[in-house]
Design a protein around this ligand. Structure first.
Ligand code: SF4
Length: 327
């Protein structure tokens, strides 16, 4: 699958397909896609996660053992449906807490009132995933049930207990606290993700009123110092109203401090109608910004293809500039 095709699929984000074709259904419980039925499509080693929606302009059908995706009757991709382990293929990706006290205007999680997993539940889920023999990494993320400090404490304990048992890389994505970076590193985490969400200062203040972008950037800087180069990443949502110029400035700012940005296409969730104006990026915009990102990563000596945990190796929701775009 060419990056332009993947960009097109991400831009649409869904296919009209018989859900019975998915023998492994996934209903994400975190982030902007929470609550949708989705599956992983793989074509030529390139992966994309697609929601199943009747109203999608893309149609997917099984033909001779392959899933064929068409737009207006014209084939645009063919490949297979990939099984997930926990949340995504090859990884046990655990959401510790599916609630959030923050109120980012694009995110449905605070309104979904999801579950909080106990330590025993998480350890059992990971033990079961390990039994399959296909667990290449463990990733941990979380909303914020009561405080960021409490989530860091839980992540720290979970990482420590997993490190004693499993010899796979562990990545953690939480909201940072004053000492989260040092504590997670000491517990044995290998990779770190603190999400900036947007680098547009004005939009950040409006859309993430409970978060502090400068604090997040300081935490990311410290993350790079403690975890090292090519070990720290950050989700950067595209389509919240930022201009290309603002997005490019933000990409360069992150890359210049040693952070690998993940350009995530914004999605309008029905529970957030009226609170945010989402302009889902076009395939052309996704390609343009990812080519810019690739150029900047290369200029600053960073890689998007050496991470072992979380979204960069998964590539389901985003173009990975080094895995999906050829040199
Ligand atoms: S790219 Fe990240 S959010 Fe998307 S499916 Fe993969 S692990 Fe989940």
């Amino acid at each position: 699958m060419k990056p332009e095709t993947k960009a097109q699929l991400i831009s649409v984000g869904s296919v009209n397909m018989d859900p019975a074709l998915i023998h492994w259904l996934t209903i994400p419980t975190a982030g902007p896609g929470a609550g949708n039925i989705a599956f992983f499509f793989n074509s030529g080693g390139h992966r994309v996660r697609l929601a199943v929606k009747k109203e999608s302009p893309l149609e997917a059908k099984m033909e001779d053992g392959e899933l064929v995706i068409r737009r207006d009757g014209v084939e645009i991709a063919r490949g297979s449906i990939e099984e997930e382990l926990i949340h995504c293929p090859d990884q046990a990706f655990i959401t510790m807490c599916e609630k959030c006290v923050f109120d980012c205007k694009f995110c449905p999680v605070p309104k979904l009132g999801g579950k909080v997993k106990s330590m025993d539940q998480m350890l059992t889920m990971i033990a079961d995933a390990n039994e399959t023999g296909s667990m290449k990494a463990i990733s941990i993320t979380s909303g914020v049930e009561t405080s960021a400090e409490k989530e860091v404490e839980r992540a720290e304990e979970l990482v420590r207990r997993l490190k004693e048992k499993y010899d796979v890389p562990i990545g953690v994505s939480v909201y940072p606290t004053e000492d989260s970076t040092l504590r997670l590193k000491a517990a044995g985490a290998d990779e770190l993700k603190y999400n900036v969400e947007t680098m547009d200062r004005k939009l950040h203040a409006e859309l993430c009123p409970d978060q502090d972008l400068e604090f997040l950037l300081d935490a990311l800087r410290e993350g790079v110092k403690v975890f090292g180069k090519n070990k720290v990443c950050s989700n950067f949502i595209i389509g919240l109203g930022e201009t290309d110029e603002s997005a490019e400035k933000g990409i360069e700012e992150l890359v210049s401090i040693g952070v690998v940005p993940i350009l995530r296409a914004a999605a309008q969730h029905p529970l957030r109608k009226g609170e945010v104006t989402v302009e889902r990026p076009t395939a052309e915009r996704l390609m343009h910004l990812n080519l810019f990102l690739k150029e900047k990563l290369d200029e600053y000596g960073l890689r998007a293809d050496t991470f072992d945990t979380m979204c960069l190796p998964c590539t389901g929701c985003d173009i990975n500039p080094h895995l999906d775009i050829e040199d």
